[in-house]
Design a protein around this ligand. Structure first.
Ligand SMILES: Nc1ncnc2c1ncn2[C@@H]1O[C@H](COP(=O)(O)OP(=O)(O)O)[C@@H](O)[C@H]1O
Ligand SMILES: [Mg+2]
Length: 290
């Protein structure tokens, strides 16, 4: 008797509720195609219908958003590539123009300005192309066993940053993409020099990653005013600049976004904070075997 009653209640109520729960779980796990089969005409069936309608609406909306995003990304990529060719020509002309002996006074100043702005545009376009490679999922790692001390000193030497202090033990090595490592470090040191203040130090060591393996911990520290606390959560967003008073042409605002994408491509990350004694500290963690 008890079993009969139990079965009688179980079937029409518990089963559909379970199915609903499972479908909801699948949806929250990212499978938006989850639907529940409709049975009967009671309130539960009504609930199932509403659930299915909601699921369809959500699936359509997400797919619409994905298509819009893909179009926006393709647009940014196309525009950047289209700009490259005329910019190359403009760079050449602006380079000759600003050194032209016939240009004096205001005209010379204008020539220099044009050259600076073209350079700025060039950097912006190169950064945009770099970012769109990450968005398109075409960014690839080319890894090599790398001595960190020499990678750091090469990065600094190539940019004439002779007054940056380094503290990297000779034996520290990691398997990583050298070009991308250089991009990360150059962005962070460039920021420390431009937005922070001297002295700027780069340190690297191997440390435990908390999961039983080792990781590379690279730190770039400066002695400037540090990062405004309200800015820290946004620093890695595209086009974000904490200091709005800075002149427009100084940076693209994409540097930290690109640096983080590069670190994440390695399976690592970058964190920003302030040192208790003042100045900003950016820490890059990279697995030893990317
Ligand atoms: N070392 C630093 N000290 C103070 N502010 C910094 C530092 N590094 C980055 N920032 C802030 O973070 C912003 C974003 O940096 P980034 O993405 O490299 O863009 P950009 O350098 O082109 O402005 C900078 O505009 C600056 O306001
Ligand atoms: Mg920068």
């Amino acid at each position: 008797m008890i079993t009969t009653v139990a079965v009688a209640v179980y079937r029409p109520v518990v089963l559909p509720v379970r199915r609903l729960a499972r479908a909801a779980q699948r949806m929250s796990g990212g499978d938006l195609s989850a639907r529940v089969q409709l049975q009967g005409r009671d309130e539960l069936a009504q609930l199932v219908t509403t659930f299915n309608e909601m699921a369809s609406a959500l699936e359509n909306k997400v797919s619409e958003l994905e298509q819009m995003e893909a179009r926006a990304r393709k647009f940014a990529d196309d525009v950047s590539h289209e700009l490259r060719t005329p910019l190359t020509a403009m760079t050449a002309v602006a380079g000759i123009l600003h050194e032209h002996p016939g240009l004096t006074g205001d005209a010379a100043t204008a020539g220099r300005l044009v050259q600076q702005e073209v350079e700025h545009l060039n950097r912006l376009v190169e950064d945009l192309i770099e970012i769109s490679r990450f968005d398109a999922g075409t960014a690839q790692l080319v890894t090599d066993e790398t001595g960190i001390a020499s990678a750091v000193s090469q990065c600094l030497r190539a940019r004439g940053w002779s007054d940056v202090r380094t503290d990297v033990p000779a034996g520290v090595t990691a398997r990583l993409d050298r070009r991308r490592f250089d991009v990360i470090l150059a962005n962070l040191v460039g920021n420390a020099l431009r937005h922070g203040g001297p002295p700027v130090t780069v340190t690297a060591r191997i440390q435990a990653d908390g999961r039983g393996a080792g990781q590379l911990a690279l730190e770039v520290r400066d002695h400037g005013n540090g990062l405004p606390l309200t800015a820290i959560p946004h620093l890695f967003e595209r086009f974000y600049k904490a200091d709005t008073a800075r002149t427009r042409s100084e940076g693209s605002g994409l540097g930290l976004a690109i640096a983080r994408e590069n670190a994440r491509l390695h399976g690592g990350d970058i964190h920003a904070g302030n040192h208790p004694d003042g100045g900003a500290v950016f820490t890059v963690n990279l697995p030893l075997n990317a």
